[in-house]
Design a protein around this ligand. Structure first.
Ligand code: PBG
Length: 309
């Protein structure tokens, strides 16, 4: 009876696996704060992407870690940069077997670790950054990506990227807008995952956890600029925001269950304080119940396996 009347479903197609690929690795490298998650080599990335597809996930989201960084984040725009070659690798491996998405942000590629380029006074220069994002979108589209995910929270980024893709002959590439992205302590383990060099924080461009109305405004702007999907991030602490965005959005809504959410459950389960599988499925189901069509989660492949056995 419970199964028959359950309001919310969770299936592999709802899950998107974020994956890290590091330049110059010959073997995957463990991420201590995220047990079970690794920085991939190019070849282990291909294998793991194929495994995710086999498990039935809806998509994968790629993050690249370069060996060298500069103030402009040039590696992100270089067609030979790690993220762009990895996109091509994964597309070659899985083709249209899943939706291949890429992080569109400069923070992995800048030596200062910020999501954009800096003005002379050290603040992030919004408009100069948006120009870089437009060029980065073209590099990613050229590599064959299906969906770009601008995550830098610059004003006007979605419209500029949409325009660049259309003008550059890539009208079919979709934009997953990180619309409501909070300046969150729950991104902590991600810093290790991407070997981040960031000093300070991102409070000048990411949202204040105290604000809900601002998320509605950000999502509304992104929809007007042509977003194909909108996202709320993190997920678990922001289910109210997710619910509000889902109510207003006329495109599919994603939520990103971030590194800190993963690390908390993994640590508690490792200590024997939680039933790992039950806790993971409850968390993912709750994110769906709050309104997410799609959930980005580091458990995607494993959870897809649980859901289909
Ligand atoms: C920025 C980006 C971040 C995450 C995804 N994209 C870090 C940040 O904004 O500080 C965090 C993901 C996670 O914590 O799992 N490109």
């Amino acid at each position: 009876m419970r199964r028959m009347v359950a309001e919310t479903s969770l299936a592999p197609r709802h899950l998107v696996l974020p994956m890290f690929v590091a330049e110059g690795l010959s073997e995957p490298r463990a991420i201590a704060s995220m047990p079970g998650v690794v920085q991939h080599s190019r070849s282990s990335l291909r294998r793991a992407a194929a495994e995710a597809v086999e498990a039935g996930v809806g998509g994968v989201m790629l993050f690249g870690i370069p060996t060298s960084r500069d103030a402009q984040g040039s590696g992100g725009l270089d067609p030979e940069g790690i993220l762009n070659v990895a996109i091509a690798d994964v597309v070659a491996e899985v083709g249209d077997g899943t939706v291949v998405m890429s992080d569109l942000c400069l923070d992995e590629f800048t030596d200062h670790g910020h999501c954009g380029v800096l003005a002379d006074d050290g603040t992030v220069d919004n408009d100069a950054t948006v120009e870089r994002y437009a060029a980065m979108a073209l590099a990613q589209a050229g590599a064959g990506v299906h969906v770009v995910g601008p995550s830098g929270m610059m004003d006007g980024q979605v419209g500029a990227i949409r325009q660049a893709l259309d003008a550059g002959g890539h009208p079919e590439v979709a934009v997953l807008a990180y619309s409501a992205k909070y300046a969150s302590a729950f991104y902590g383990p991600f810093r290790e995952a991407v070997s981040s060099t960031l000093q300070g924080d991102r409070r000048a461009y990411q949202q204040d956890p105290a604000n809900g109305r601002e998320a509605v405004r950000e999502a509304t702007l992104d929809l007007a600029e042509g977003a194909d999907l909108v996202m709320v991030k993190p997920a678990l602490g922001y289910l109210d925001v997710l619910s509000e965005v889902a109510a207003l959005s006329d495109v599919p809504v994603a939520a990103y269950s971030v590194s800190g959410e993963y690390a908390m459950i993994e640590a508690a389960a490792a200590a024997g304080y939680l039933d790992r599988e039950a806790a993971v499925l409850e968390a993912l189901t709750s994110i769906r119940r709050a309104g997410a069509d799609i959930v980005l989660t580091y458990w995607a492949t494993e959870a897809a396996g649980w859901l289909t056995r």
